[in-house]
Write a protein that binds this ligand. Sequence first.
Ligand SMILES: [Zn+2]
Length: 306
Amino acid sequence: MAKRKYVIGVDLGGTKTEACLMDTSRNVSGRLRFPSKPHLGLDHVIGNIVKLVNRVSDNKPVAAIGIGTAGTYNPAGDILHGAPHTPVYETPGFIRKLREVMKAPLVVENDANCLALAEYFESCEGKYTCVMAVIMGTGFGCGLVLNGKLYRGATGGAGEIGHTTVNYMGRQCECGRSGCAESYLSGPSHSRRYFELTGKQLNIKEIWKLYERGDRYAIRLFDESCLIMGEVFANAVNVLDLEAIILGGGVSNIPIWYEKVPPIMIKSFFGPPRDHIPILKAQLGDSAGVFGAAYLALREIGAMEF
Ligand SMILES: [Zn+2]
């Protein structure tokens, strides 16, 4: 029998860094997280990852390490682009330094892609091959699995559905453009809109509670959001010929999306007849990022294909 191999997945976030030890049968045998504290500088961040990897590997030989983080890694410049909340991760040479201290091959991928991979294998493997996993929270991003492969695009920047425009004269988005989907569908954009309507500052969970109690402004707000989300998802289906959509992240816990968005989306489908594209709830919670990162490492050693 072939010797069991182990890999490590690392989810490098702005608040916490988490690592898991996974074998080639995708069993997780160890898991640990530390606060990231990126304000303490790059050496601290690297030291933290090394400590986590050493502790979680428990003296087992590690065949590869996958790291999921914000932004897109550009190997040519050895730099992560698009991690504005953790600028220290954008330091040129960060990944090279990390490679130097790690004793195993290292793969880096965008965290939304890691989440998409993990949720895809959890809910869709064997059923669907073209899936979009959307992460709704402070932002609105997605990862794509197309024909069973992780789709990264030409530069690794695919999946920015949150910055597709729903109204070119619309709200100001944090990216500088107007009317991006994110500026209507993220958690904070619900708070902003509710404030506009009522002068009250509430988070999306609190607004949802008011919706359930029949608050007319909350009802108006969620009705708007469902319409926009339905159109955004229909656009994605029309472009990519998707079979399923997975929703993850804090905002995905609001139940209305699963009930009211599909009929809106279906009305805007174009092309081949599609009677149903399921909107599925993500199953792995905050484990998805670290599992997806470990899957990258498993692919690196030929134990998974995607
Ligand atoms: Zn934007």
